[in-house]
Design a binder for this molecule. Structure first.
Ligand code: FER
Length: 289
C-alpha cells in the first residue's frame, strides 16, 4: 500500500456547504447540510464538463465535517488531482444522522444501525437530487431516471458506520451507485454487527441484491479495506471470506483493474480516519475505471 503524506499544492479545490430539505424521524421538515468538495477548475458556468462523484460517509458519532476535520483527505484530493494521479471528481460529505447528536456514552449498535438504515431513503430521494440537480455530474438532472442512467459515474464510500452505510447502499440502491468503498466497516444488513456474526447470511444478502436488481458481476465494483489492528478487521474478514465463497457474483482480485471485488488489510493500521483515508488514496485511481 502506498502511504500518503502532506504535499504542498498550488491549485486547490473548494468546499461548499449545501443545505437541503428532509424530514426527521418524526416526519417533521428540517434543513440539513452536507459539505461538497469541488476540484480546482470547477466552473459552474461550464455545462459541458461532467464530473464523477463520490459520496463519502463519516463514522459513528460523526458529522459532515468529520472526514475533513480528522484527516488530510482534502489535501490528498487536491494533490492527486493537481498531480494528475486521478481525474478531477466531486466529493460529497453528508451525515446519516437526522439531527445533530452529541453521543452520550458508548454507541449502541442497534441504534446506530437504525440511523444508517433510515438514511437510505433520504440518500436516494433527497440528497442525490439536491446535489446532482445543482452540480455538473453525469446525471442530466436530479430525477431518479437521470440518476439511474449515470450510476457508473457515482460511488459511495465510508468509514466504520459509513462503511455500513455503503453496504446498505449496495443492497438498497444498486441502481444508483456502481462503485463501493466500504472502509473498516462490515455489512449490517442482516443485523447489527451481522457481517462478523452471520457472515454467510450477509454474503447471501449481498448476492441476492445483485440478482434482485437484475445486475451481473460486470455492473459493480467493490473496493473494501481495513487495517490489521482495526476493530473492524475480524468481522469484515469473516464477511469477505463468505463473499469469496460466492464467486459467481463476487470476483475478488488483488489487481485493482481486474474482477469486481477487492479487499486489502493494511499492516499496523487501526480504526481512525488518519489511517483509513490512506486506503482511499490507494483506491481512488481505480474507482471509476
Ligand atoms: C465495524 C467495527 C466498528 C463496524 C462499525 C464499528 C459497521 C463501529 C464503531 C463505533 O461506532 O464506534 O466493523 O462496522
Amino acid at each position: 500500500m502506498k502511504e500518503y503524506s502532506y504535499h504542498d499544492v498550488n491549485l486547490r479545490g473548494t468546499i461548499e456547504r449545501v443545505t437541503y430539505r428532509t424530514t426527521n424521524r418524526q416526519g417533521e421538515e428540517r434543513n440539513k447540510y452536507c459539505l461538497v468538495y469541488l476540484p480546482k477548475g470547477y466552473d459552474e458556468k461550464d455545462c459541458e464538463k461532467k464530473y464523477n462523484i463520490l459520496y463519502l460517509i463519516h463514522g459513528g458519532g460523526g458529522s459532515p465535517d468529520a472526514w475533513l476535520d480528522c484527516c488530510q483527505v482534502k489535501n490528498m484530493l487536491d494533490f492527486c488531482i493537481d498531480a494528475g494521479e486521478i481525474e478531477p471528481l466531486i466529493v460529497v460529505f453528508p451525515t446519516f444522522y437526522k439531527e445533530r447528536i452529541a453521543r452520550l456514552g458508548p454507541p449502541v449498535a442497534e441504534e446506530e444501525r437504525s440511523h444508517v438504515l433510515f438514511f437510505q431513503k433520504e440518500l436516494a430521494e433527497e440528497l442525490l437530487p439536491a446535489i446532482e440537480g445543482r452540480y455538473h455530474t453525469y446525471a442530466r438532472n436530479g430525477s431518479q431516471e437521470a440518476l439511474r442512467a449515470s450510476r457508473q459515474h457515482r460511488a459511495i464510500g465510508g468509514f466504520s458506520m459509513g462503511g455500513a452505510t455503503t453496504w446498505f447502499a449496495f443492497t438498497h440502491h444498486l441502481d444508483l451507485f456502481a462503485r463501493f468503498a466500504p472502509l473498516s466497516g462490515d455489512c449490517w444488513e442482516v443485523e447489527a454487527k451481522g457481517g462478523g456474526a452471520r457472515p454467510r447470511e450477509t454474503a447471501a444478502a449481498l448476492r441476492d441484491a445483485v440478482a434482485q436488481f437484475g445486475y451481473t458481476p460486470d455492473d459493480f465494483r467493490i473496493f473494501c479495506a481495513t487495517g490489521a489492528q482495526d476493530i473492524a478487521c475480524a468481522p469484515l474478514s469473516a464477511q469477505i471470506d463468505a463473499m469469496k465463497q460466492l464467486p459467481d457474483t463476487f470476483r475478488f482480485q488483488e489487481d485493482l483493474t481486474q474482477g469486481n471485488a477487492h479487499y486489502f488489510v493494511a499492516e499496523g493500521k487501526v480504526h481512525c480516519y488518519e489511517h483509513v483515508y490512506q486506503y482511499l488514496y490507494n483506491i481512488l485511481p481505480y474507482l471509476f475505471l
